[in-house]
Design a protein around this ligand. Structure first.
Ligand SMILES: Nc1ncnc2c1ncn2[C@@H]1O[C@H](COP(=O)(O)OP(=O)(O)OP(=O)(O)O)[C@@H](O)[C@H]1O
Ligand SMILES: [Mg+2]
Length: 349
């Protein structure tokens, strides 16, 4: 093994995405120009184990993740370092336009902005920031990403990792990792909206070389399933199947979901309008991911109502899965966040 490969190995981290409905873990490895899949796993979570981003029962979560690590069905997890995400809904994310300042002054400016704009005491928050680069609109300013997470949530994650014997290398906002996983080299210069539609929330992130603006909506697959269960008087399993086999092609399902779809469309339209006006740039397309983006007919519905190109992103596209079994197509977009987190540890490798 060359010296360089040893260094790469030390950097590998697990990408761990704890969502409202499931946990996903991915481990990747850089091998020459390839990004190789070492292992992946997804497990459903019981309802209410994660409430508003807080893990309500650590014993249960430890047991589930431990099982995922030891009884891995696809590949093997061989590192103890982990990069995890906190749901965007529970994080304050702002892209600030600040003058090009020295580190100390920059920190003061960021803290001042945080104090002004976040409705929580700074002492109850973990605050971090990152200079994204020159501002999209003003040349002499920088765009600075401010991320603040409630200490209660961060601590609950740190405690979980301690119990699992994992070392947290970083905890990042999920939209940053989703963008990392989904924006292909070909799309590098495009302005687009990435929408992660999960079980309980939809996270929206505008990409223009980096994350420029984000929003989080209380919209997701769980409510859609509940509408089908009560509207068609079917069990959850059957509702699941109907949504993701017939979906909006079925007139009854379409009419039951109509208010939810309109809500999603209206919220997306509003935020696209705001983005395009504020940054004086037109959002060229929408890239969907997350489990609920599998709803049959959703891309067509949104493309029609928003009037722009909408597609489902494939976070696996640049990953060499051989000799492991590729993820089934319907599960592929739900892994975007975990893949993006694992990819972060390979950056610069
Ligand atoms: N093929 C499928 N069959 C059944 N359900 C699916 C399928 N694909 C996705 N779903 C739905 O996707 C949702 C889960 O998506 P995902 O794993 O992205 O959510 P999460 O990350 O757990 O939640 P959140 O992001 O809101 O915290 C569930 O509501 C589930 O019903
Ligand atoms: Mg999710």
């Amino acid at each position: 093994m060359s010296k360089q490969e040893l260094i790469y190995k030390q950097k590998d981290c697990l990408g761990l995405d704890i969502g409202a409905s499931s946990v996903k873990i991915v481990q990747l490895k850089k091998k020459k120009s390839l990004t190789k899949l070492m292992g992946y796993e997804s497990r459903e979570l019981p309802d209410n184990l994660v409430i508003e981003g807080i893990i309500s029962d650590h014993d249960k979560m430890v047991k589930i993740i431990r099982e995922m690590m030891t009884e891995t069905q696809e590949g093997k997890f061989s590192v103890e370092k982990v990069i995890a995400s906190i749901p965007d809904k529970n994080i304050f994310t702002r892209v600030l336009e600040l003058p090009k300042l020295a580190e100390k002054e920059l920190k003061e400016a960021v803290m001042w902005e945080a104090d002004q704009s976040i409705p929580m005491a700074l002492t109850d928050l973990t605050i971090d920031f990152q200079v994204l680069g020159p501002s999209a609109t003003k040349e002499d300013m920088n765009d600075v990403l401010l991320v603040a997470a409630p200490l209660a949530i961060v601590n609950s994650y740190v405690q979980l990792f301690e119990r699992l014997g994992l070392q947290p290398e970083a905890i990042e906002t999920s939209l940053v990792s989703v963008i990392r996983a989904l924006v292909s080299n070909k799309e590098h210069d495009e302005v687009m909206l990435v929408a992660d539609i999960g079980a309980r929330s939809t996270n929206l992130g505008f990409y223009d070389h980096t994350l420029r603006l984000s929003d989080s909506l209380d919209i997701g697959g769980k409510a859609w399933i509940d509408l089908i269960i009560s509207g068609l008087k079917v069990e959850k399993k059957e509702a699941d199947k109907l949504l993701f086999s017939k979906g909006l092609k079925d007139k009854k399902i379409e009419s039951l979901l109509q208010p939810e779809l309109e809500n999603l469309n209206n919220e997306m339209q509003k935020v696209i309008k705001y983005h395009d006006e504020r940054f004086e740039k037109k959002t060229a397309k929408v890239v969907l991911c997350g489990g609920a983006s599998n709803l049959v007919g959703l891309t067509e519905y949104l493309a029609n109502s928003l009037g722009i190109e909408v597609k489902i992103g494939n976070p696996w596209v640049n990953i060499d899965t051989y000799p492991l079994k590729p993820v089934p197509k319907s599960e592929a977009p739900a892994f975007a966040n975990a893949i993006g987190l694992a990819l972060r540890s390979l950056e610069g490798a």
